[in-house]
Design a protein around this ligand. Sequence first.
Ligand SMILES: [Zn+2]
Length: 97
Amino acid sequence: MKVDNGQIFKLHIRKGQVNIDTMQEYNLYYYEDTGRVWLYCPCGEGHLISIPTIPTGKGIAWTITGLSSGVVTMYPSILNEPCGAHFFIRDGKIIWA
Ligand SMILES: [Zn+2]
């Protein structure tokens, strides 16, 4: 089911190997080693997205703030091309674009 506008996503900070089996909807997983954020796409179709916050050499890296407080804002917006979901993460919430 499509996530409601303003839905809060809870932040988890992780280290080491990415473990997608333990990821759940309405949660954001920030991996310190790689600087990638993982989440289930808020379209509700069940695909995982990973977003770089450290430049990888291809494409852009997103800015992320609020890691220490747990209330994350990312910039710019996120467009998940396979399903067309386009949203912001602001103050720990999903805001549809
Ligand atoms: Zn999607």
